[in-house]
Design a protein around this ligand. Structure first.
Ligand SMILES: *[C@@H]1O[C@H](CO)[C@@H](O)[C@H](O)[C@H]1NC(C)=O
Ligand SMILES: *[C@@H]1O[C@H](CO)[C@@H](O)[C@H](O)[C@H]1NC(C)=O
Ligand SMILES: *[C@@H]1O[C@H](CO)[C@@H](O)[C@H](O)[C@H]1NC(C)=O
Ligand SMILES: *[C@@H]1O[C@H](CO)[C@@H](O)[C@H](O)[C@H]1NC(C)=O
Ligand SMILES: *[C@@H]1O[C@H](CO)[C@@H](O)[C@H](O)[C@H]1NC(C)=O
Ligand SMILES: *[C@@H]1O[C@H](CO)[C@@H](O)[C@H](O)[C@H]1NC(C)=O
Ligand SMILES: *[C@@H]1O[C@H](CO)[C@@H](O)[C@H](O)[C@H]1NC(C)=O
Ligand SMILES: *[C@@H]1O[C@H](CO)[C@@H](O)[C@H](O)[C@H]1NC(C)=O
Length: 394
């Protein structure tokens, strides 16, 4: 009898499935757009020309300078306008509330109405976060606002935030359980907690020596040392904020750290790699420190206003208007807990990150020497074992 009933109204059985399928495909595409755009697996990309209009370019473009691993690099264009480089877990979302153009490139701009708008909000034209970091190399902005945070703190937050066991509770990525089944086996084969991750980095301190010949979207845990180090070394895309670390961002800047020059004068044609300059050398950089987020933002505004207007910019206006998501009530399965031994090891592993972090602090036009020293003292309290004299000299 019941069989007959279903036969009479077949849509009853498949209609919910169809709705589910459409919603799933929609969500998947949305997710894909946000995360996988970075790899540029498609041979189609958009370039913003000097007028700021989006221009679609298909495949073979005459203006490309070099093609490497299928990535098309264009000669960076000078643009009149600032950039906000929002590194993950640095307070950048809080700043975004005060910036009219701080939304992903695929959204229309301005993306927000800002009451009591600051000057910096009017001057920043481009926003660089996860889906748009790859665009950094294409433009040279008149200035850069970069949100910073102590590398140890940022890394711990990045791990806790991105961990597949926490992500659903934090409301990120409904598709995560799907992805986990489809693409990887994390967790729990190698490690679940922060402590276990750091343990797997191993004792020999050769953190950059690992063998992980897999695509960043995959998570292969056959050798846990390799997997743990690959995660630290920005090779696991699932851990978005570990993937886009200081080193990765620097490598994506228009002029990056090491310039390889072919020494043509030499008879034996040696290629000399000069660890010449930092890509930030040629750029105007302002930074916010996570611990002084709104005060730094206010001081940058004051700096941009110059002597012309003597009214002091009051950060309390920002403080009153900010909306910060309070997640302190949530009990997350994976916490920031780390033993003293683990902390020391993670600090050593983050030495290259600290080097670039210090470089950025030094380049910041809005920080006085005391501000840099304060930030360094904070980092030193997190990682007392690092050779701070040496790090500060570089
Ligand atoms: C390509 O270069 C030509 C001049 O060589 C220039 O007119 C054109 O705007 C460039 N196109 C892009 C997309 O940069
Ligand atoms: C703008 O700032 C003033 C204080 O300087 C405040 O009284 C006012 O409510 C703010 N306006 C909005 C729309 O937030
Ligand atoms: C795992 O990888 C590490 C680092 O590449 C290597 O030293 C170690 O021998 C590997 N272990 C096994 C069991 O293959
Ligand atoms: C960054 O440097 C590497 C080598 O040092 C080079 O291959 C790459 O093209 C550079 N990227 C940009 C955007 O200049
Ligand atoms: C070739 O390069 C080596 C260093 O790599 C250098 O010592 C040597 O003088 C070079 N020879 C010539 C002829 O330039
Ligand atoms: C300075 O203030 C005046 C009015 O108080 C305003 O019109 C002008 O745009 C301000 N200058 C800058 C650089 O913001
Ligand atoms: C978040 O909420 C907790 C209590 O639930 C409170 O103690 C804490 O001060 C709040 N943090 C912020 C930044 O509002
Ligand atoms: C945190 O939880 C307490 C009680 O469990 C509740 O009263 C409070 O409103 C919560 N705070 C937030 C920010 O959700």
């Amino acid at each position: 009898m019941s069989q007959k009933k279903t036969k009479g109204r077949p849509w009853r059985s498949w209609f919910p499935l169809l709705v589910f399928a459409i919603v799933s495909i929609g969500m998947y595409l949305k997710n894909w757009k946000q995360l996988d755009l970075v790899t540029q697996s498609v041979a189609e990309f958009t370039v913003s020309n000097q007028q700021g209009e989006e221009e679609k370019v298909m495949g073979g473009n005459q203006n490309r300078t070099s093609a490497e691993h299928g990535k098309e690099l264009l000669v960076p264009q000078h643009v009149d306008g600032g950039a906000f480089v929002h590194l993950g877990k640095t307070g950048g979302s809080t700043l975004s509330q005060f910036l009219r153009n701080a939304c992903h490139s695929f959204l229309p701009k301005p993306c927000g109405v800002i009451p009591n708008e600051t000057l910096i909000s009017r001057l920043i034209t481009d926003y660089y976060h996860v889906p748009d970091f790859f665009r950094l190399s294409r433009k040279i902005h008149s200035f850069y606002l970069v949100s910073l945070r102590d590398p140890f703190e940022r890394t711990v937050s990045g791990f806790v935030y991105g961990h597949p066991s926490n992500a659903p509770l934090l409301g990120i990525g409904m598709m995560d359980s799907w992805k986990r089944r489809r693409k990887g086996y994390f967790p729990p084969t190698c490690f679940e907690t922060l402590e276990e991750w750091v343990q797997n980095l191993n004792t020999d301190d050769k953190f950059d020596e690992f063998d992980y010949p897999y695509l960043p979207v995959h998570m292969v845990q056959t050798n846990c040392t390799n997997f743990a180090r690959a995660m630290l070394g920005a090779r696991i895309k699932r851990m978005t904020h570990l993937f886009f670390n200081y080193q990765k961002i620097q490598s994506m800047m228009p002029h990056n750290a090491t310039t390889t020059t072919a020494d043509t004068t030499s008879a034996n044609h040696t290629t000399t790699t000069t660890a010449a300059t930092s890509p930030w050398d040629h750029l105007t950089v302002y930074v916010t420190r996570n611990e002084h987020l709104l005060d730094d933002f206010a001081s940058i505004n004051q700096l941009l206003l110059g002597d012309e207007n003597s009214t002091t910019f009051d950060p309390s206006v920002l403080r009153a208007e900010q909306h910060v998501r309070n997640v302190s009530n949530l009990t997350l399965p994976v916490t920031r807990e780390l033993s003293d031994k683990g902390r020391r090891r993670l600090c050593r592993a983050l030495q290259p990150e600290y080097r670039l972090y210090i470089t950025l602090l030094r380049h910041a036009k809005n920080l006085r020497n005391e501000d840099v020293q304060e930030a360094l003292a904070y980092s030193q309290s997190k990682c007392p074992d690092l050779n701070w004299n040496l790090l500060s000299l570089q």
